[in-house]
Design a protein around this ligand. Structure first.
Ligand code: GLC
Length: 694
């Protein structure tokens, strides 16, 4: 029976039963019409399928979230099936490798199929407006283009396996504080150019089966009821053909959300049937509105059931663990390497001190609904000892416990002794799930005082101190960074991050990660400082389009580490920039080519970034915007030609007077960078736009 036929036969009660969840994690079937139930489970960086997939009912019989962080074990959960824990989104974006992200997406699709999950609740693509946001580890970037491209890669990967995705959280969910009620006040240009853009790119490039609406209000209206957002923007402007699902418990009134163009409420809500029936009787909701939502739900339900043959199939867990390790290796970002203190080699050192429990038990993910039970967790310490072999002595001191992270001074005694006696001291620090998680934000962006204390006391004993940071978002390092020679940022790098860290410390892997978010000198320098977290009713995005590097670079603010920054054990030379055609043209096809050469002694991967600058524009525009990137692999001495084709999307801005995308004629500067602040080549092209101000 096709959907139209079903709609002609289905009862109104059956219709309503399909517009809300049946349980926490699945939808209602209608057996007599051959409509199956489908299941949804969290991601985004691994499948968290709860043992009790229907509901987790607490002692008093109420249904409670199954991801309560207090239930979460240090690195996993006591109530969910094991699955591969891949690097989280902020780590995956540091790879700048869309192929890698797509490959991880495929593996996630296989694991969903094995666990009979039809839709994975990811990717999260909210823009990082403030480094305080507790879920930044779950999001890709401060840049909308990078976020959109990586989201599309993730979606294409997962959906190639017949499993759906849920692009989230739509939209303006850029803080956890008061997320259930706060109104994000965002002007239309900022919405279009920054906060909706990643969703628009991903929807047009990858067609996610579902989009998840956010908890918060946008310009005063709950996203779950926001017709401008869910219908005008998402379904009409972006051409989204899938279903809009609510964030869990985000629906305040099912009839209002139906009129707001929300198709599926999750999870189960016993009140909704009554609310819908009453509203229907009163004529407040129409058959057209009901059938419109129903059609989208049925389309995805049947789409999911097309893949039923793959459900329950086993996958190669060893292969997935190895993929998690490769992904982590490409994410880990070498931020500082003074005097080439890294890599550690037997020619350079005879003894190293490894300090910190996070070396033995790495932090692999943040807390909240994204947290899952990993298959296995690699220890960096074990791999370091393996790589050191008999050539290098390795001494270890835990210095702190994984939860406490508040070490007593006496526990530092041994750490300091080892540091004093070693050629290099490697200190592992980080932020546990108690610090970076869903439902709350960080209080500041510094490491805990005790973590900073450990670094300072070890550095006082050994000038060759390297710090490995296991965290999901930007850290203020001002208290200690000048006292250490090396800084390696491992992100929340997934279950194999320990091995990947060790491989990089010993040079088996040449680091190639780059920052997809600016690391500011201090919180007060951030563009959202002062408006975050809002006044208890609303948070005004007064910085507008000036988010992240757009702000720091346009207003020439000093930063700790810029967007796109990441060091390598080799060096790259850029040359021979050509931009064609050089004659004035409508921006359909601007070809940019240049060469990159590995001028060092070891193989390396380099992410080249293309920024566009519309300096002459009469409207305020950032002094650079990322418009293309790619990652290339070069052997020592190898040179490659890199080519890009830019089209009008690289040059336009959203003109609020015309309520449309728009190009103002003029010279545009094209900047080729190894980071947003390490511009290697510059050129310009004249673009004839819609209006001349000559
Ligand atoms: C949570 C999160 C969302 C998650 C969903 C199901 O509150 O906001 O990302 O997928 O509910 O756990």
């Amino acid at each position: 029976m096709n959907i139209k036929e079903i709609i002609s036969k289905i009862t109104i009660e059956e219709k309503f039963s399909l517009l809300s969840g049946r349980t926490n994690w699945d939808t209602a079937p209608v057996e007599r019409l051959g409509i199956p139930s489908i299941s949804l489970s969290d991601g985004p960086h691994g499948v968290r399928k709860d043992f009790n997939a229907a509901n987790t009912v607490s002692e008093d019989g109420t249904i409670k979230p199954t991801w309560d962080t207090d239930l979460a074990g240090y690195n996993g959960l006591s109530y969910a099936y094991k699955a591969t824990c891949f690097p989280t989104a902020s780590a995956m974006s540091a790879t700048w490798n869309t192929e890698m992200v797509e490959e991880v997406g495929k593996a996630l699709g296989e694991e969903c199929a094995a666990l009979n999950v039809d839709i994975i609740l990811g990717p999260g693509t909210n823009i990082k407006r403030t480094p305080l946001c507790g879920r930044n580890f779950e999001y890709f970037s401060e840049d909308p283009y990078l976020s959109g491209e990586l989201s599309a890669a993730y979606i294409n990967g997962v959906q190639s396996k017949g499993i759906g995705t849920s692009l989230k959280h739509f939209a303006g969910n850029n803080q956890e504080f008061d997320r259930g009620d706060i109104s994000s006040e965002i002007d239309i240009r900022t919405l279009r150019e920054i906060y909706l853009r990643p969703f628009e790119i991903a929807i047009k490039k990858a067609k996610p089966w579902t989009v998840m609406c956010a908890y918060n209000r946008l310009n005063g209206i709950y996203c779950a009821e926001n017709k401008f957002l869910l219908n005008d923007m998402l379904k009409e402007e972006f051409g989204f053909e899938g279903l809009v699902v609510s964030d869990w418990w985000a629906v305040k009134d099912r009839a209002k959300s139906l009129k707001g163009s929300l198709d599926l409420e999750m999870p189960v809500n016993d009140k909704s049937m009554t609310v819908l029936k009453t509203a229907y009787k009163k004529g407040e909701i129409s058959d057209e509105e009901i059938n419109s939502a129903l059609e989208r739900v049925l389309k995805i339900v049947f789409k999911a059931s097309e893949g039923k043959s793959s459900r329950g199939k086993e996958y190669d867990a060893t292969k997935h663990h190895e993929l998690a390790r490769r992904a982590a290796s490409e994410a880990i970002t070498l931020l500082k390497n003074e005097d080439e203190v890294l890599p550690v080699t037997k020619e350079k050192v005879k003894k190293i001190a490894v300090i910190g429990e996070f070396a033995r038990q790495p932090i692999i993910q943040g807390g909240g609904s994204a947290c899952l039970t990993p298959m296995e967790v690699d220890s960096a310490l074990d791999r370091i000892i393996e790589l050191a072999g008999t050539d290098i002595e390795v001494d270890f001191a835990a210095a702190y416990s994984v939860w406490a992270a508040f070490p007593g001074v006496e526990r530092l005694g041994k750490a300091m002794e080892l540091a004093a006696d070693a050629d290099v001291a490697i200190v592992f620090v980080g932020e546990s799930q108690k610090v970076e998680a869903e439902a709350f934000d960080r209080f500041n962006i510094k490491l805990s005082p005790d973590m900073e204390n450990i670094i300072l006391r070890v550095a006082a004993q050994n000038p060759n101190t390297v710090v490995v940071i296991e965290a999901g978002s930007a850290i203020d390092m001002s208290a200690w960074i000048h006292k250490v020679k090396g800084v390696v940022f491992s992100w929340f790098g997934g279950e194999a991050v320990g091995s990947a860290i060790a491989d990089i410390l010993f040079g088996l892997t040449n680091p190639s990660g780059k920052l997809a978010e600016t690391f500011p000198l201090k919180l007060e320098d951030t563009p959202a400082f002062g408006t975050y977290p809002g006044n208890g009713f609303a948070v005004s995005y007064t910085e507008g389009i000036m988010v992240g590097y757009r702000y720091y670079d346009s207003y020439e603010k000093e930063v700790l580490f810029p967007f796109g920054h990441g060091l390598s054990y080799t060096n790259f030379e850029y040359s021979d920039l050509k931009i064609t055609p050089d004659t004035p043209l409508i921006a359909d096809e601007v070809k940019v080519s240049f060469k990159v050469k590995n001028i060092g002694k070891v193989q390396g991967k380099e992410t080249v970034q293309i920024y566009v600058n519309d300096k002459a524009c009469r409207t305020l525009r950032p002094n650079k915007e990322l418009k293309a990137f790619t990652k290339i692999d070069l052997q020592p001495g190898e040179e490659k030609q890199v080519e890009f084709t830019l089209n009008r999307e690289a040059f336009e801005y959203f003109n609020v007077n015309l309520n449309s995308w728009y190009i103002e004629s003029g010279n545009f500067q094209i900047q080729i960078g190894s980071s947003s602040r390490d511009i290697r080549l510059k050129g310009k092209v004249f673009i004839k736009g819609e209006k001349d101000f000559s």
